[in-house]
Write a protein that binds this ligand. Structure first.
Ligand code: IPE
Ligand code: IPE
Ligand code: MG
Ligand code: MG
Ligand code: MG
Length: 330
């Protein structure tokens, strides 16, 4: 399909998605949208998670002697049922850039470990103080705060070991480490988390919410896509393209997360809801309302999918994933 037509179709479908953005409680179990009519993305994600988790389980086995307490807590959180969207992005970006799936497992595991670390620390009493994550008691509820903090620390460091051990091309490994460090560190996710906490004592601000979303979530989505492209040995322009796709997708993802905190159910999300308003968080719907937040999320999705034009139907799953991000109920 010519790029122009594809973009026009995407626009029409996303306009409809924006109007019909379902109440999470009534979202269809198969969230296919007309943008990519032949892709059951929820089913694909489930299948992917099965394959990815067997790799992750293998890669989480410590090389050397690690205390059983840490191994148990790390496995408990990292292997708990999550959507695995970030490693999916690593693997599919790699494949679309001509790389084999085998090159993407360890980089995908690296990004999922960083994500799991961020979840453990995000839930701590000093941060969001949450009791449930991925449908289970949070890491600190299960193992105590000290082991939760330390298992988060372990999951923050392990990615660099995984890339060092399992990416055969040392130049690519070094580039991936740089991507991870800059997207997860104080210029990225950790920086966003710091402002997220500090912003609780400030009045709602769209600018602040945007700053937080960009860093705490979009930077890791962008890194997942960039790392996948790097794993395939893609040219710099392609790495940038995938980075832009991931960044827009990540912004939409966090807006949807903020909306789900208002309209979602803890049963389907596997985590508490209604916490952002209670904690005076800088969530976007608190600044501009739910309807405008949905519109902005769909706008980001439109910008994301505009980056995929040259891949034609090969990228239909990423188009479907983009739509899923804003219509999901989990
Ligand atoms: C939750 O991410 C944290 C946010 C950035 C909002 P996910 O919704 O991807 O969590 P899992 O991995 O599916 O549990
Ligand atoms: C956290 O954002 C993003 C992270 C970096 C973990 P939230 O605090 O909104 O994530 P949830 O809603 O607890 O998953
Ligand atoms: Mg938080
Ligand atoms: Mg939280
Ligand atoms: Mg949230």
């Amino acid at each position: 399909m010519p790029r122009k037509n594809l973009a026009a179709a995407d626009n029409a479908n996303l306009d409809r998605a924006a109007r019909e953005f379902p109440h999470p409680g009534s979202a269809p179990s198969d969230p296919r949208t007309p943008s990519a009519p032949n892709v059951d993305i929820a089913g694909r994600l489930r299948l992917f998670a099965e394959a990815f988790d067997s790799q992750l389980r293998r890669l989480l086995a410590p090389v050397g002697d690690a205390p059983a307490s840490l191994v148990e807590a790390v496995n408990y959180t990292a292997l708990a049922p999550g959507k695995r969207i970030r490693p999916y992005l690593v693997v599919r970006s790699c494949e679309l850039c001509g790389g084999s799936r085998d090159r993407a497992w360890a980089p995908g595991a690296a990004i999922e470990c960083i994500h799991a670390f961020s979840l453990i620390h995000d839930d701590l009493p000093a941060m969001d103080d949450d009791d449930m994550r991925r449908g289970r008691p949070t890491c600190h509820k299960k193992f105590g705060e000290a082991i939760a903090i330390l298992s988060g620390d372990a999951l923050a460091i392990l990615p660099f070991e995984l890339l060092g051990r399992h990416v055969p091309d040392s130049g690519r490994a070094a580039r991936m480490m740089l991507e991870l460090a800059s997207s997860a560190g104080w210029t990225g996710m950790i920086g966003g988390q710091a402002v997220d906490v500090q912003g609780q004592s400030l009045p709602p601000s769209v600018e602040l919410a945007g700053y937080i979303h960009e860093r705490k979530t979009a930077s890791l989505f962008a890194a997942a896509c960039r790392i996948g492209a790097i794993a395939a040995g893609a040219a710099d322009a392609m790495v940038e393209r995938f980075g832009r796709f991931g960044r827009h997708l990540g912004r939409a993802f966090q807006i949807a997360d903020d909306v789900l905190d208002i309209e979602g159910s803890s049963a389907s999300l596997g985590k508490p809801v209604g916490k952002d308003a209670d904690a005076n968080k800088q969530s976007l719907p608190r600044c501009v309302g739910v309807a405008e937040s949905r519109r902005l999320a769909v706008q980001e999705i439109r910008l994301a999918t505009a980056e995929l034009g040259e891949f034609g139907s090969a990228a239909d799953d990423l188009r479907a994933l983009s739509d899923f991000v804003v219509v999901r109920n989990y």
